[in-house]
Design a protein around this ligand. Sequence first.
Ligand code: NI
Length: 389
Amino acid sequence: MGLKPEISELQEELTSWRRELHMHPELAFEEEKTSDFVAMKLEEFGLEVHRGLAHTGVVGILKSGNESGASIGLRADMDALPLAEETNLPYASRVEQKMHACGHDGHTTMLLGAAMHLSEHKNFDGTVYFIFQPAEESAGGGEVMVKEGLFDLFPMDAVYGMHNWPGMPVGEIAVRSGPVMAASDTFFVTVTGKGGHAAMPHLGIDTVVVSAQIVSALQTISSRIADPADPVVVSVTQIHGGDATNIIPEQVELAGTARSFSAATREMIEPMMRRIINGICQAHGASAEITYERGYPATINSDLETDHAAQAASRLLGPDNVRRDKGPSMGSEDFAYMLEKKPGSYIWLGAGEDRAQLHSPHYDFNDEILPIGVGYWSALVEDQLPKAS
Ligand code: NI
């Protein structure tokens, strides 16, 4: 592996930062202590620090030489999940019902490590913006930072992100051009019929039967309506209705999520859903109230910057350990909002094959990959902002 010895040597220090963050997880827009920790470290490394974007967001600015005028943004997320940790590790969460179960503590640590390494060696020419964003999990902290002027305050040529990926071997990086994570929308449906005695269904309008047909029929959006080459997922994840075995409920509530990659497919989901639900309701004399909410857009990597990411990863890990063939994930990611405004690339960093999955109460960030993440960020900066020789 082409990991510099001075980065390998950071293993112990990085692990202690990561575990410190892990013990004190904070949820969306509450990352006060985490952002204090980040700002303190950045100042220690001699970076200019900007705070306050999206409330708890932090941006560290590192300049070197700057004859080129080139600039790059590197982004990490800082928030935890509302989940009780079940790892029993000595450094497990000290906060009830809060856990870094997605490894954002590791992402924050790796970006801090890169800031430390690059500030010591300054082996680049240009400006590096280290972006620490709040609220990735569901509240869209990345979108808020963009709206509050991230790219106006800090004009950068391109922006890069990464996520640790359990299931992929340590020492591998996956890089993909085009869509990598899906757009994520949510829907809520209330079906209203006519409640009554379960033994006399002819006198009522059965919302349970109508809802069952809706759940089945919504699956035709992906299997019969969308282009089979353009993935879409519609999952009904909640059904609430009824309190007794002998009563037909007046109302049933359904909710779920829709995932897609292309804008055209995403545009199609809501009207198709309305047509199917209203059509089934009409056939049975029921009615439906439908709320469809747009969430994160698809995360789409630009071609050139994805080649840059692959080049840095390849220099670090060797070309055989850089996967360009890994398919996209139907998960979603609010780095998408940054990629809507700037070219860039979001990569997956192998976290080990036999590790607990993201968002599991047994998830344990693999500290072994901390120096690899630092090495990748540093290689990317050195490649993209080369020092004049
Ligand atoms: Ni995550």
